[in-house]
Design a protein around this ligand. Structure first.
Ligand code: ADP
Ligand code: MG
Length: 432
């Protein structure tokens, strides 16, 4: 195809200022082209900068560096012809369905009659006929999101941006909406030329997209492009569909691990590392599940996500926490327990706690640091703010709070140190 692209994103970088002067690099070297007739998926974990990229594309924000062109012209403000569907439906509760949809058109300065006619057509198209005068609270989640779609489509945008549009819906409702959307798109009934779909759901991406760009985290960048050469409508039970889903799982795990240096993978991380809020129950649960039959110490991550009824987005951080603690290694779409991991999975509660405390002190520098500070103080206690301040030199206030909460919950379990929610004091449980 040699037509000019609808959209061209070149070498885009986005960084946000952070307290203390350092910056948070969210996107770097992002390239993306959307051509007429395409649905392109952006697949990545939460926090990888997907929503940020959509905001830049729609002109709601400007990138720190790089270029975004829409139909050959730089995007330098909210672009007419680019519309967005959000995860949270963002409807006005005091307006009817018709009024909510018409709102999309009011900025265009069309005659009232045309506004109404176009809104009614969009409502009809998306399957909301008969609900014109209903209020959002009278509708189910799925119907509300249909209003979200109608409001975006009514302007006849060239490009439709969708930011995890199904993730607030239950499984069946989401599937219906996907199917209806793809049917309308395939039949050429949608007044749009191209779509960018952001999702963290691999199957959704494979069901809907012509091309899938896999996004890495920290900073967000496109690490792999995968073409989906399956005819629409697609069937989840088609072996080719399953094979592609598996391949993407592997890409997403392998790429992440490859990108970590050997040092990061095996030597632990610095005090300034953001820690995920992963509960001991999840850590133990995953170790036990991999230890038990049928896995016996080594499991395929896609099988495991299905078995544990988790989303990949939920499983990855748990698997990575096991890896950080040397309980497991993650490679090529597999998770394998280390000898330590097997011991941990097999231990009784007391031994598990002891083992966990040792792993924390060895592999989580922040835990070791806090323990050292508490050991050295005569009072064996320190206010939480003492450590929050320190963390905020390395990360946002929000991330510092999360990291401290994570380390506190792990330390409590391992009885490495205690935390009193009322006084906000950390202290040694059993001072030596
Ligand atoms: P995703 O949509 O992939 O989950 P986001 O684009 O929402 O990711 O966020 C990526 C990162 O950028 C997060 O760490 C988030 O906290 C940060 N971020 C997003 N917008 C801002 C902003 N306006 N100021 C500071 N940080 C931001
Ligand atoms: Mg997002």
């Amino acid at each position: 195809m040699d037509t000019a692209p609808l959209l061209d994103v070149q070498n885009v970088r986005q960084a946000f200022p952070r307290a203390g002067g350092a910056e948070l690099l969210v996107l770097e070297g992002v390239n993306l082209t959307l051509r007429e007739g395409e649905i392109v998926g952006l697949l990545g974990r939460s926090g990888s900068g997907k929503s940020t990229l959509l905001r830049l594309i729609s002109g709601l924000a400007q990138p720190s560096a790089g270029n975004i062109t829409y139909l050959g012209k730089p995007v330098d403000g909210p672009a007419e012809g680019i519309a967005m569907v959000f995860q949270s439906f963002a409807l006005f509760p005091w307006l009817t369905v018709l009024e909510n949809v018409q709102l999309g058109l009011e900025a265009l300065g069309l005659p009232t009659k045309e506004i109404r006619a176009r809104a009614l057509a969009a409502i009809d198209l998306i399957g909301l006929d008969g609900y014109e005068s209903a209020y959002p609270r009278e509708l189910s989640g799925g119907m509300r999101q249909r209003v979200g779609f109608a409001r975006a489509l009514v302007v006849h945008p060239n490009i439709l941006l969708m930011d995890e549009p199904m993730s607030a819906l239950d499984v069946l409702t989401a599937e219906n909406l996907r199917t209806d959307f793809i049917d309308l798109w395939s039949e050429g009934q949608l007044p749009i030329k191209g779509v960018i779909l952001v999702t963290h759901n691999i199957e959704e991406a494979v069901l809907m997209c012509d091309r899938i760009l896999i996004f890495s985290t920290n900073p967000g960048r496109v690490v792999t492009e995968i073409k989906v050469n399956l005819p629409q409508p697609r069937d989840r039970n088609d072996p080719d569909f399953g094979a592609l889903v598996d391949r993407i799982y592997v890409e997403m795990t392998a790429k992440r691990v490859e990108r970590m240096t050997r040092h990061e993978r095996f030597a632990g991380t610095g005090i300034g590392t953001v820690l995920p809020r992963i509960s001991i129950n999840l850590i133990s649960g995953l170790a036990e599940a991999v230890f038990a039959a049928p896995y016996n110490g080594k499991a395929d991550l896609p099988d495991l996500t299905a078995d544990l009824q988790l989303e990949i987005d939920e499983l990855f951080p748990v698997a990575e926490t096991l890896q950080m603690l040397r309980l497991a290694e993650v490679e090529g779409g597999d998770i394998r327990l280390t000898d330590l991991g097997k011991r941990f999975a097999n231990a009784d509660l007391e031994e598990r706690k002891r083992l966990f405390a040792r792993l924390l002190q060895t592999y989580v520098p922040l835990a070791a640091h806090i323990r050292r500070v508490l050991d050295e103080r005569a009072s064996h206690a320190a206010p939480k703010s003492r450590f929050l301040d320190e963390l905020e030199d390395h990360m946002s206030a929000e991330a510092a709070e999360q990291t401290l909460r994570a380390v506190v919950s792990w330390a409590r379990y391992g009885e490495l140190f205690a935390y009193d929610d009322e006084t906000s004091m950390l202290s040694l449980e059993n001072p030596a």
